[in-house]
Design a protein around this ligand. Structure first.
Ligand code: PMP
Length: 438
């Protein structure tokens, strides 16, 4: 029965008779007007459609997960070793992790992204790190922190396009979003001038989300020289940099190359945040190992600033997840703290990135051999898991219906879905589609 203050102090029988006069309540509080049916996440819809497709030549180029040359998930050798160490540890228990996570993991995670133990930010104790539910959780914790405490322009500038979840994560915490141009349809490379002029035109002290490397979905990254100019614009406008690092080491196979932009921002003394994922570079997708870092600028009271920030992050973390999950962070921690395992991890990273880079080369050369109209250098110029092929939505639909090749409707392909057996088939299909479908 709905609450009505006029019932207060009335007898039960009187309340019953009053309630009878009202229209009967619906069986649910969540009728279609209040909770409309939401569309299915397009990416996971594609995955479902792919699974249901019975054609033997089907190829999944949609979701961003690594596959080996047999199109199978790949467990890193170093992860298997860390797993053995973990399971043979007689001291292991399942107590709660601290609110900020496993310290041996978060400290190494900070070193990894910020440029090693000698990073001035770390040496000067200007960093606080919180273990999160993978990269998504790190972006969310950062968004929540900024929504609560950032006093600049709360508008968050996202690249156009960006990882689709960025829109929802920032919107869900009440931060307004805007976009800056990023991808040039003509060159299928970076729209550098468009990006800079949008950031110059944005209100002072806006939040700017930057992909640290291997931009998702385009695979297009600024060069280091371009990063320097981007930093200059951000400095000029007092914008707040928010790095999303989901592919360190996975993109080029070189951990230092893939964090060059973040290291440059440290070097330049910026105050910024980083959301860090270990899903791709450790193949720990479902284990949800991630970290959120706040780096404050050099100042005499920087350590006190970071202590205050950490105290508030603890409260936010406590109300959201209380204590982060153990398994993935334990695996990463074992590897990050053992020099021998660390080198093996670097080899594993080269295996994954190397296979992807060789697939880029193979796809481009096969498409070019066929004389496919257009230019295809972007396939090898782009980096990381994804490539923006430049196929139109109609072409994407047609390649799916005629060739059973699945990709997102913006023409993005996951390079990890290609292997020595299907790359020629995919190249031929792209060639046919580009010729036949406008
Ligand atoms: N940011 C970007 C840009 C990504 O591409 C991804 C993975 N798709 C993530 C964050 C987060 O992934 P996860 O939560 O699995 O670490």
């Amino acid at each position: 029965m709905p609450f009505d203050p006029s019932y207060h102090g009335q007898s039960v029988s009187r309340v019953k008779s009053l309630a009878k006069q009202m229209s009967p309540p619906s069986a649910t509080n969540f009728t279609a007007e209040v909770v409309p049916q939401a569309p299915e996440d397009p990416l996971f819809g594609l995955v479902r459609a792919f699974r249901a497709d019975e054609d033997p030549s089907k190829v999944d180029l949609s979701i961003g997960v690594y596959r080996d040359d047999n199109a199978k998930p790949w467990i890193l050798s170093v992860v298997k070793k860390a797993d053995d160490i973990l399971h043979n540890d007689p001291e292991l228990n399942h107590e709660y992790a601290p609110i900020s996570g496993i310290a041996s993991f978060t400290s190494k995670a900070a070193e990894l992204i910020l440029g090693g133990a000698d990073s001035p930010a770390i040496k000067e104790k200007r960093v606080t790190s919180f273990q999160t539910i993978s990269g998504t959780g790190a972006v969310h914790l950062g968004a929540l922190f900024l929504a609560r405490f950032y006093q600049g322009s709360k508008k968050v500038y996202l690249s156009d396009p960006t990882w689709a979840n960025h829109h929802q994560i920032f919107t869900n915490v009440g931060l307004p979003i805007a976009s800056y141009p990023y991808f040039s349809k003509e060159t299928r490379g970076l729209d550098f001038e468009g990006m800079k002029s949008a950031l110059l035109g944005a209100p002072d002290r806006s939040v700017v989300l930057l992909h640290a490397c291997a931009h998702n979905p385009t695979g297009v990254d600024p060069t280091l020289e371009q990063w320097k100019e981007i930093a200059e614009v951000i400095r000029l406008k007092n914008h707040f940099p928010f790095f999303d690092s989901a592919y360190q080491g996975f993109a080029s196979g070189d951990l230092l190359r893939d964090n060059a932009a973040v290291r440059y921002f440290v070097e330049q003394g910026f105050e910024f945040v980083v959301a860090q994922s270990f899903a791709k570079n450790f193949g720990l997708y479902g284990e949800r190992a991630g970290c959120f870092h706040v780096v404050t600028a050099p100042a005499s009271d920087a350590e006190a600033t970071i202590t205050r920030i950490a105290s508030q992050l603890s409260i936010l973390q406590r109300s959201e997840i209380s204590n982060p999950p153990l398994y993935g962070a334990r695996i990463a921690s074992i590897v990050l703290n053992d020099p021998k395992l660390f080198s093996e991890w670097e080899e594993n990273l080269k295996t994954m990135s190397g296979r992807i880079i060789s697939m880029r080369k193979a796809l481009r050369s096969k498409i070019e051999e066929l004389g496919t109209p257009g230019t295809w250098n972007h396939i090898t110029d782009q980096i990381g898991m994804f490539s923006y092929t430049g196929l139109s939505e109609t072409q994407v639909q047609k390649i799916r219906s005629d060739y059973h090749i699945y990709m997102t409707k913006n023409g993005r392909i996951s390079m990890a879905g290609l292997n020595t057996r299907n790359v020629e088939y995919v190249a031929k299909a792209i060639n046919a589609i580009v010729r036949d479908v406008k």
